[in-house]
Design a protein around this ligand. Structure first.
Ligand code: HEC
Ligand code: HEC
Ligand code: HEC
Ligand code: HEC
Ligand code: HEC
Length: 280
């Protein structure tokens, strides 16, 4: 009974997962086990498929054809820093400046690398909960180190929130005809800072974290101030124009009235309006 339910569930997960892929990805058909771990990973969500990491031919139906070295197939990954760093260059670079790389005690752990924290098939999107569980698995009695990790995580999140605030303010103003050239340039710089801070977190350098935090807060603050000033000016102008709008509306109403009276009392095609309606 339980086994059937599990089998049905696996089929459902599989069917759902396949439906999402679209492009031919025969790798998944033969690799149920790997698919199970990978199905909900950040990579699958981002459409980074088996062959994006392992190479090979994803459309091939036979194992020998799928696993050809000519198609860049790699079975094993000896060096995750290079393997993962191919796509996460900045992260790999900063990681190698951090405490987990250069001060790692080989007597305690064989190796510590990207996959020690993130794993490889079930790579999760990093969240606060994930962060706590992950860091505490080694640093249970050192709250300072967890705090350092949380501070970086918070910084990246704050940065992203600032970017979306900037973007929506910018869009609001542009939709009302403002050019926002300076603001867009500054928002671009803020975006650059946040992008640089993301991977920087792997270096876990306290001082750099503080510096980046300061720069980001200052620039984002300035840009938001500029945008808000424009919004206020725009709204102020609308309020200042209110009497003029009212006057125009009143004039329009008055004009319409006069026009209506004029058409009621003026004969059309030789007949008066009243006679016209009588006929119909
Ligand atoms: C027709 C079935 C089939 C297809 C299609 C297939 N594989 Fe495999 N693959 C296997 C089997 C069976 C094994 C395990 C036996 C072995 O090691 O040769 C395997 C092993 C592997 C391994 C581990 C190799 C090792 O030496 O440990 C990797 C990695 C892998 N496959 C990736 C892929 C990728 C990526 C694709 C798509 C491009 C793919 N496979 C397509 C059947 C398949
Ligand atoms: C983000 C990159 C990435 C993606 C995507 C990925 N793999 Fe892997 N895969 C790895 C890494 C890293 C290893 C570990 C190899 C090692 O330990 O030497 C691995 C190992 C494997 C192995 C060997 C068995 C094992 O668990 O060590 C197989 C088989 C495999 N992958 C198949 C797949 C298949 C099939 C998919 C798609 C469903 C896939 N992989 C998606 C990175 C990836
Ligand atoms: C073929 C390119 C590629 C390879 C190789 C690759 N990744 Fe990714 N990875 C991506 C893409 C694309 C995303 C989604 C966009 C993003 O968040 O950068 C992603 C997302 C992630 C995320 C989620 C970030 C988040 O919180 O949103 C982590 C963690 C990650 N990768 C770790 C790894 C690790 C560890 C490896 C090596 C086992 C690896 N990646 C190999 C392309 C790749
Ligand atoms: C000590 C555990 C640990 C190790 C080892 C580690 N990471 Fe991370 N990783 C994290 C934490 C914590 C975050 C969240 C902070 C952040 O978003 O920058 C993260 C975030 C990420 C992200 C998403 C954020 C971004 O800037 O795009 C990617 C991608 C990533 N790691 C890849 C890697 C790669 C590649 C390696 C190996 C070179 C690696 N990680 C090694 C803990 C680790
Ligand atoms: C696999 C075990 C492991 C995990 C997981 C781990 N660490 Fe570490 N960490 C170490 C080791 C080992 C060292 C270096 C030796 C030492 O300083 O004790 C270290 C050092 C550090 C340092 C440097 C301390 C100093 O004195 O400069 C910081 C900060 C740190 N870790 C933060 C974190 C954060 C944040 C996380 C979660 C993202 C994390 N660690 C996850 C094992 C781990």
């Amino acid at each position: 009974m339980r086994l059937t339910r599990i089998a049905v569930l696996m089929l459902l997960v599989h069917a759902h997962a396949r439906a999402e892929t679209g492009a031919a990805n025969e790798c998944e058909k033969c690799h149920e086990l790997e698919l199970q771990a990978y199905a909900r990973s950040a990579h699958r969500i981002a459409r980074t498929l088996c062959h994006d990491c392992h190479g090979g031919n994803p459309a091939a139906l036979r194992k020998e054809d799928a696993h050809r070295a000519e198609d860049g197939f790699v079975a094993r990954c000896d060096d995750p820093i290079a393997f993962c760093g191919r796509c996460h260059e900045g992260v790999a670079e900063h990681y190698q400046r951090g405490p987990h790389y250069d001060r790692f005690d080989a007597r305690v752990f064989d190796v510590m690398t990207c996959t020690t924290c993130h794993h490889y098939h079930d790579v999760e999107e990093v969240s606060e909960v994930w962060l706590k569980v992950n860091c505490e698995s080694c640093h249970r009695v050192e709250p300072g180190r967890l705090a350092a990790g949380l501070r970086f995580f918070e910084l990246v999140r704050l940065g992203r929130a600032k970017i979306s605030a900037l973007e929506s303010s910018e869009a609001w103003l542009r939709s009302r005809g403002f050019a926002c050239v300076t603001e867009r340039d500054q928002a671009q710089t803020v975006r650059g800072l946040v992008e640089a801070i993301g991977p920087l977190s792997h270096a876990l350098k306290e001082e750099e974290c503080r510096k980046a935090e300061g720069e980001l807060a200052e620039l984002a603050g300035k840009t938001l101030d500029l945008l808000e000033e424009k919004e206020r000016a725009y709204q102020g102008a609308l309020v200042a124009l209110l009497p003029a709008w009212l006057l125009a509306a009143w004039a329009a109403v008055a004009l319409l009235r006069t026009a209506r009276q004029y058409s009621l009392s003026t004969p059309k095609n030789g007949c008066s309006y009243a006679e016209n309606t009588d006929e119909s």
